[in-house]
Design a protein around this ligand. Structure first.
Ligand code: A3P
Length: 291
């Protein structure tokens, strides 16, 4: 990995990241740039936004999520920058880049490009990362990355697109400074009050739901179902151990696991949990954010 401007990146994506940062120009009709630290709910956010924007597709078969895995429908643009031809307009895009490293054309006050960030509890994020990397680098002798090593890397900030806290706080602070530009969502809130959060997201995307119970609520339910982990993980397109077209090393199935809030309790020792809690307290102190 390499560190640039305080953040860590995988060597294999450096060229693409540099091209994205220097070349990308948002179009006036770009819908939104979704942002996240890996394993904090990217797949869900993509599916939710897609389902909100395409909720007029009546039949299940019309839903592109049945044909393409979310990460192919909305590829992470910094990892796989293909120039300006990515997707027809209007575009829904995703990046793992921190706010301060986004192209200036995206951040500038004149840009109409909106950003949605999803954040997640750090302990659940570490555990999700640990599963993900061990799924990719599966070995017959057991996990290649031990949980000790995963926690060490996380706490030291040495993870792809890390440090985690610096990344999250940048988006959090920008969402407070410019709420019309950056929407900050939390995975746990999406689980706790899905309808309210999806309504919030839809309004931000300028595609609000009706307020009446009959129609508005049914539409919200449809979006939640279409983007749900239960539905997506059972679709043939996501069950496959086949790799992503742009990153064959990553099986499509690796993005769908349990999605449990507090699932870390089954994996972290009390000492590991305590260490992460202390760091979280220290890093988020004074920000008004709690994760
Ligand atoms: P777990 O590993 O805790 O199960 P990302 O999408 O950023 O890679 O994050 C992956 C995490 O989101 C995994 O968490 C995965 O199970 C969960 N996830 C994937 N799709 C989801 C969905 N549609 N709804 C809720 N959680 C989802």
């Amino acid at each position: 990995m390499q560190q640039i401007d305080g953040f860590w990146y995988l060597d294999s994506f450096m060229e693409s990241i540099a091209a994205f940062r220097s070349e990308f120009q948002p179009r006036t009709d770009d819908v939104v740039l979704l942002t996240s630290v890996p394993k904090t709910g990217t797949t869900w956010l993509i599916a939710l936004c897609h389902s909100i924007l395409h909720r007029d597709d009546k039949e299940e078969e019309e839903d592109s999520l049945t044909k393409m895995t979310p990460h192919e429908l909305v590829p992470t643009i910094d990892m796989f920058y293909l120039g300006d031809q990515v997707q027809d307009s209007p575009r829904l895009l995703h990046t793992h880049l921190p706010y301060s490293c986004l192209p200036e054309a995206v951040r500038s006050s004149g840009s109409s490009c909106k950003l949605v960030h999803v954040a997640r509890n750090p302990k659940d994020t570490v555990v999700s990362m640990w599963h993900f990397y061990n799924k990719i680098f599966e070995s017959e002798t057991g996990p290649d990355v031990t949980m000790e090593r995963a926690v060490e890397g996380f706490c030291g900030g040495v993870i792809p697109y890390g440090p985690f806290y610096k990344h999250v706080v940048e988006y959090w602070e920008e969402s407070r400074r410019r709420p019309e530009k950056v929407l900050f969502l939390e995975y746990e809130e999406l689980c706790r009050e899905p309808k309210e959060q999806v309504r919030r997201l839809a309004s931000f995307l300028r595609k609000p739901f009706g307020l009446d119970e009959d129609n508005g609520d049914a539409e919200v339910e449809k979006v939640l179902w279409r983007s749900s982990l239960n539905r997506l993980k059972e679709l043939e397109v996501n069950k496959s151990d086949e790799g992503l077209e742009l990153a064959p090393i990553i099986p499509k199935s690796s993005f769908f696991r349990k999605g449990t809030v507090g699932g870390w309790k089954n994996y972290l020792t009390p000492q590991m949990a305590h260490r992460i809690d202390l760091l979280t307290e220290q890093k988020l102190q004074g920000t008004g954010l709690s994760l």
